[in-house]
Ligand binder design. Sequence first.
Ligand code: SF4
Ligand code: FES
Length: 386
Amino acid sequence: MNEIAPMEQFSEKPVVEACARAPVGLLAELTHRCPLQCPYCSNPLELDRVNSELTTEQWQDVMRQAADLGILQIHLSGGEPTVRKDLEDIVEVAAKVGLYTNLITAGVTLTRDRLKRLKELGLDHVQLSIQDVDDVNAEKISAYKNGLAKKREVGKWVREFDMPLTINAPIHRLNIENLPNIIEFAVEMGAGRIEVANIQYYAWALKNRAALMPTRAQVLKSAEIVEAAKERLKGVMVFDFVVPDYYAKTPKPCMGGWGRGVMNVTPQGRVLPCHASESVPGLVFDNVKDRPLADIWLNGQAFQKYRGTSWMKEPCRSCPRAEIDFGGCRCQAMAFTGDAANTDPACKLSPHHGAFVAAAEQESAEQTPPPFVYRRMAPAKAPAAE
Ligand code: SF4
Ligand code: FES
């Protein structure tokens, strides 16, 4: 096991403001491999290849270091985490060191025996993603045949093994009209929680924004549907409603504030403040192969860069919400305004807000949206000539 030295030992300068002693959660992207090709995937456009992934031992060490650091929850994600044959070995160690383990899966590669084994080894929770509850539409969105039938089976097994189930439903213009049926599907599956997650436009989703953006009227109606269902299903199912940024007036405190509560480890071992942060230039991402996780969390350049509020420019700097939303999302500010230190354009006080809203309104009004750019691994580059 990796010994974690006391925090003071790492730091030459004082740690900046607003750094919690430990993140609550760690998102472990075990692999970027996935049989599905959803056009809103949060993985980067340049996906990590299988031969560069951390080994079993390295992931097990990440689990031990996470527990030592005081992290409570591990979200085992991808790509599709079940394509890793050593998932059991990673779950076993995570459970042994006392982490709450959540498997985030599309379900299509899971078998009943494997899920049973994972439960025996200590897996605590399953989060099953769905594309739609209409077979044809689900297939169109994921570019994967018969996925929905498989997901129904997986949902049943999760409940058979008495594990808590969350249904994760990314919502966009292709499935927003089916929201009532998606909620019913989650109830039928016996889910205790549903995430109605309006697409957040980074990475693949940003590339496909014009194909995915719903209209403002659709979004308002979906919020009403969720409110009514929340009331009707009190005590049955909990709702997480991820609001769509483009129609908001104030931004979300993305990641609960940069470097405040969560960290993300990529398949290759790079440690990120959020899944999209590789799109922000000028950040240095440490790797778990080179530096202890605790040191990266407290002192890593990428974590320090936008932690707290001292990096802010106006209008955030003097805004009473600065400590509430932390200026919104750095990655969205970068993508839309070209500077990650700018106010998130989702904020009505941002000088870019008008253009941000106009883009959504214009794209969602298009009668014929552009075709999807499906999430695919880029062809391997040819070796450079000598
Ligand atoms: Fe939040 Fe900045 Fe907008 Fe104020 S100006 S509400 S801190 S994003
Ligand atoms: Fe990176 Fe919001 S997605 S800060």
